[in-house]
Design a protein around this ligand. Structure first.
Ligand code: ADP
Ligand code: MG
Length: 719
């Protein structure tokens, strides 16, 4: 065993190398996505018990736990019960009162509490008449001159694993790894940015000795997340400026324009001109088209794809969700078949036989039989999807894809032209991080006749009126989206503090309104509107089922669609006229802006209603944020505002539903917690400088190793 430790233990060792962790516990850890020692250490607390919240007995919290500092007044007495049970009781006091303290089956504690000793007790203080009582509180010996740590980690748990067990295993993993791990970050960078060592950070994020150490630890870990992300992003987009891309000089998009019921806007024309110029070169295009929701990016993609196929090349379009892929397919396959080109859909739900047929058609050597356009999800990245004549790859809603997927896309299509479309306006300071060296075409003009979506922020007291408004919209022929936050998020208890609370507001608590759980909500609505068709959509549903619901909504078979944010990206149902967002205070402004963009896409006058809990309970900050939405309609302004208010986390997250965030890889664990932009900017600057000097990171083997570990996690490729 000793030999094994010295030679083989690394952060990639399985958790079973820890004493006491057998198959059974490893299986529980697997449920939390924890397989290795490294995963275990990266299982950062979801919140902290605020043991620094020291109060007098008389002022103890009534809604949860807090700490009291008490002097033991009576000798602990143990009382035996039948069946070998017992309890221990004693009294302790502070300046405001006296408290009875009880422990069960812990007789050995008797000698721990001599009369006159002082302890910090943490737990729930019960009030019994004029007296107080605590049952089984955490007790820590208190002395005037050595302060006790104020925060104690609370972990995301799963059945079969207690928080204490997790804490113990994490500590054991750290003990094993700390002596053998070197800090992968060069010391110059650490000094330049005032960062602590990785070891200090890992120790103090789990068991902070004080507030300052926790801040220092978090800063380092967030920096690392950003730094890795920036390195990954820069390496992803480092496309060979080499020649060797298919020149697509003979493009004529008039056949496409003839199919459109509208004229292109000038901004669309400019973007298409940029694309046409890029594609005519033998250096692969790396361009991103950014434009607010509804500005008409799809037609720019269609034009680029048409240019590719006119030049005997193939074009692929990759969307982040099946719903979106299907929607693109419906629109584009109609256009391409009208122009005489073949077009297929390849998604996870495509049958195996169909997939085989499509793969064969893509790889077909005979240009007459070859499939020309394929639209899909990241299923397009799976093994066996090979293009005989790759010309163009378009990705829609780019930053929703995982970094690994993007890297793979680039790898697989090293010489193809690449066009990225993003509907999420990105603040300038983040553009470099997210888009690296991509060239930008900005569509800054909306198609004519677009109306503004009137926006309201209301609280629960408007519920009745809101229901009547829903009825009115539907009776006039409109349709309604209702969006609730994702349900799976684990909530911090009122007596716990999360990192974002610690860093945004000090240790002050902000009241959080109860979540409207989407499932229950849809049920309730059915009783409110027994005569209306109500559909329900969430990220965990099977894709076939999602599609069925979405189709039903698109065809107005259902009038109300309750969903989590899976509908956020790109979905187009022009008849929808009302967007209701529940628990709106939970969303970022850019997210709200995206959601609002789902309505007002047709001729109907449209509305967006942001519903919050009783406004009195919300912080001033949250209210101010929502007020912004009533007056600001420009995505870029909103994005900048969001960045200053919430930090960059929302822009960096890799999944529409938040689901990918926890699956390892380049998910952000800490950076979401109200991280600051300056740290991101610093990390990006450092990453680019490092790569400029040493593109393969040869001088930084530890860092390279670390990146390999981070990037090797496959984020959900579907085969
Ligand atoms: P997004 O940029 O959000 O992807 P879409 O490409 O889905 O936007 O376009 C939104 C809607 O606007 C579609 O119904 C599309 O047909 C329409 N549209 C696009 N360009 C124009 C235009 N120049 N004039 C009028 N309608 C347009
Ligand atoms: Mg779109």
């Amino acid at each position: 065993m000793a030999d094994l430790r010295n030679e083989q233990i690394t952060e990639r060792s399985p958790v079973t190398v820890l004493g006491g962790v057998g198959k059974a516990r490893a299986a529980y850890y697997a449920k939390l996505g924890i397989f290795t020692l490294g995963d275990l250490i990266a299982h950062y607390p979801r919140a902290y018990e605020n043991r620094g919240d020291v109060r007098l007995l008389a002022d103890a919290r009534t809604d949860g736990k807090c700490a009291v500092i008490l002097t033991v007044a009576t000798e602990p007495k143990s009382v035996r019960l039948r069946s070998h049970k017992s309890f221990l009781k004693f009294r302790a006091f502070d300046d405001s009162g006296s408290c009875e303290i009880t422990y069960f089956n812990q007789d050995y504690l008797k000698s721990r509490f001599p009369v006159g000793s002082v302890y910090r007790f943490f737990g729930k203080v019960e009030r019994v008449g004029k007296r107080y009582a605590m049952t089984a509180p955490v007790a820590e010996a208190w002395t005037e001159h050595t302060p006790l740590p104020p925060f104690c980690a609370v972990y995301r748990m799963t059945e079969g694993l207690s928080g204490a067990q997790i804490a113990k295993d994490i500590a054991a993993a750290r003990m094993l790894l700390e002596p053998i791990s070197e800090d992968p970050l060069p010391i110059e960078l650490r000094e330049k940015r005032g960062l602590c060592t990785r070891a200090f950070a890992e120790r103090n994020i789990h068991s902070p000795v004080d507030y300052h150490s926790l801040c220092t630890a978090r800063k380092r870990l967030v920096y690392d997340e950003f730094f890795h992300f920036a390195l990954g992003a820069a390496m992803t987009y480092k496309r060979a400026k080499a020649h060797g891309a298919p020149t697509c000089e003979n493009g004529d998009i008039t056949p496409l324009l003839r199919l459109l019921p509208y004229r292109l806007t000038r901004a669309q024309e400019r973007a298409i001109a940029d694309i046409r110029r890029d594609m005519a070169c033998d250096v692969p295009m790396s361009r991103i088209v950014v434009g607010d929701v509804g500005c008409g990016k799809t037609v720019c993609a269609a034009a680029a794809m048409l240019i590719a196929v006119q030049n005997g090349r193939q074009a692929a379009l990759m969307a982040p969700t099946e719903i979106l892929a299907r929607q693109h397919y419906e629109e584009l396959s109609a256009q391409f078949s009208a122009m005489g080109y073949s077009c297929e859909l390849l998604i996870g739900a495509t049958t195996a036989a169909q997939k085989r047929r499509i793969k064969a058609a893509l790889a077909e050597q005979d240009p007459q039989k070859r499939l020309q356009v394929v639209i899909g999800t990241h299923a397009l990245l799976s093994d066996g999807v090979e293009f005989a004549a790759p010309g163009l790859v378009v990705t829609d809603e780019q930053h929703r894809f995982g970094a690994r997927q993007r890297a793979r896309l680039s790898e697989k299509n090293a010489h193809a032209h690449l066009l990225v479309m993003s509907a999420t306006p990105i603040p300038r300071s983040l553009a470099l991080v997210l888009y690296g060296d991509l060239e930008l075409s900005k569509i800054d003009e909306m198609p004519p006749g677009r109306q503004r979506v009137d926006t309201f922020a209301v609280d629960e007291s408007y519920r009745e009126r809101l229901n009547r408004f829903i009825e009115k919209q539907v009776s006039e022929g409109g349709q309604v989206y209702i969006v609730c936050p994702a349900v799976e998020e684990e909530e911090a208890a009122p007596d716990e503090v999360t990192l974002s609370q610690i860093f945004e507001d000090g240790v002050k608590q902000e009241v959080r309104a109860p979540l409207k759980a989407a499932v229950q909500y849809a049920k309730d609505l059915e009783s409110v509107f027994p005569n209306l068709g109500i559909g329900f959509l969430h990220g965990r549903m099977k894709s076939a089922e999602k599609d069925r619901v979405m189709q039903a909504f698109a065809q107005n078979e259902i009038q109300i669609l309750v969903s989590t944010t899976v509908i956020e990206v790109g979905v187009n149902v022009p008849n929808a006229s009302l967007m209701i967002v529940e628990n709106a205070e939970r969303f970022g402004l850019s997210q709200l802006h995206q959601l609002r963009g789902r309505v007002g896409r047709g001729s109907r006058k449209s509305y967006c209603v942001l519903v919050t809990a009783d406004t009195g309970a919300l912080g001033e900050k949250s209210l101010a944020r929502l007020r912004t939405m009533r007056t600001v309609y420009d995505g870029y302004t909103i994005a900048e505002e969001d960045l200053t208010q919430r930090g960059p986390g929302d822009f960096l997250s890799t999944s529409a539903d938040g689901a990918v965030r926890q699956s390892g890889g380049l998910s952000f664990r800490l950076a979401d917690a109200g991280a600051d932009v300056s740290l991101l900017t610093a990390a990006t600057e450092d990453a680019r400088a490092m790569l400029a000097e040493d593109a393969a990171l040869n001088a930084y083997p530890l860092l390279k190793n670390r990146l390999d570990a981070v990037f090797s996690v496959e984020d959900g490729l579907i085969s």
